[in-house]
Design a protein around this ligand. Structure first.
Ligand code: CP
Ligand code: NVA
Length: 333
């Protein structure tokens, strides 16, 4: 019996590791990221390529955000967003500070504009998880440093970066792929439509009557010729490359819980539903999952589910975003 053949050039199997001299130029230097539409398709390409490179461990030896700080402002709860931005800043050599609304009282203890004008004097970037998209716009308008949307009632753009990294990993790309979002026409649904506009994926949003995504987001997508469809008909799931769902009761909607549980009956993602996807089709969920409502454990544990890989990609995708937004900054102290 012969042993395995060794590669002729062993060096070619050494992993690539970045040095400060090999880093790409930051492509969104100093810019706000309040929506996926704040980046061009070309910039999205660069960010997703950087995320894949970071996931391969190629940035292990560089600390491009050394000496930089990110303030993370939370009006709402978070596991993934808070942990991945914090760990991401640390791994890139920077530092993150968490400010909960109980501490800072955004818009109640202090005007949003004054919060912005204080933060810009101490830190180099702000990530905000808020109710109103307008709060982020106001922070961005009054701060000279970049502001990143870590979820608003309207949009969740950093989530979609990780989602498309996951789609590319499994399906090799997203152009022409059928991405079917089922459930509430909420922040995730709106950001999915934006990604259809940016990537050329074919996005179908399937909701019960009265729970459609934002009308202005949809109209703009259609005006720009994006392949976006809206339906109440569950047959849209058949042959999908990606089936995506999110909670029926988003943060801040707890008082509508009973009404919503009733309205969304029949829209639960089950293992049987996953059998209707295209060959190689995958199931994604931004998490947290409310089991027994929009999905069941048998679906998130199904062979087609990638939900935990998707959660891992929050770290890689956001590190890539942080690098491209903050990577060109010099510590000011
Ligand atoms: N998906 C997501 O944003 O998770 P968190 O709410 O836990 O941050
Ligand atoms: N739509 C959900 C997403 C949570 C990550 C919410 O806004 O609560």
């Amino acid at each position: 019996m012969t042993g395995p053949t060794l590669p002729a050039d062993l060096k070619s199997h050494q992993p690539f590791l970045h040095t400060p001299d090999t880093l790409p130029a930051p492509c969104m230097a100093g810019r706000d990221f309040l929506s996926n539409l704040d980046m061009t398709p070309a910039e999205l390409r660069v960010v997703l390529d950087t995320a894949a490179s970071m996931k391969r461990g190629e940035w292990r030896n560089v600390k491009p955000l050394s000496g930089l700080s990110l303030a993370m402002v939370f009006e709402k709860a978070s596991l993934r967003t808070r942990t991945t931005f914090d760990v991401g800043m640390y791994q890139l050599g920077g530092h993150a500070i968490t400010l909960t609304n109980a501490e800072i009282g955004l818009g109640t203890r202090e005007r949003v504009s004054d919060v912005a004008r204080n933060l810009e004097r101490w830190v180099d970037g702000v990530m905000g998880r808020v109710y109103l998209q307008q709060t982020l716009t106001e922070l961005a308008d009054h701060a000279s440093i970049p502001v990143i949307n870590g979820l608003s009632d309207m949009l969740h753009p950093v989530q979609l970066l990780a989602d498309y990294q996951s789609i590319e990993e499994d399906l090799g790309g997203s152009v022409g792929r059928r991405v079917v979002y089922i459930g509430d026409g909420n922040n995730l649904a709106n950001s999915h439509i934006h990604m259809g506009m940016l990537t050329g994926s074919r996005v179908s949003v399937v909701t019960p009557l009265g729970y459609e995504p934002n009308g202005a987001v949809l109209q703009e997508a259609l005006r720009q010729g994006a392949d976006v469809t809206l339906t109440n008909d569950l047959s849209a799931i058949d042959g999908a490359d990606v089936l995506y769902t999110d909670v029926w009761i988003s943060m801040g909607q707890e008082d509508q819980a009973a009404l919503r549980r009733k309205a969304f009956q029949g829209y639960q993602v089950t293992p049987e539903m996953l059998d209707r996807l295209a060959e190689g089709g995958i199931f994604l969920h931004c998490l947290p999952a409310h089991y027994g409502e929009e999905t069941v454990p048998e679906a998130t544990e199904h062979a087609r589910s990638r939900v935990f890989e998707q959660a891992e990609n929050r770290l890689h995708a956001q590190k890539a975003l942080l690098y491209h937004v903050m990577g060109g900054m010099k510590p000011r102290w």
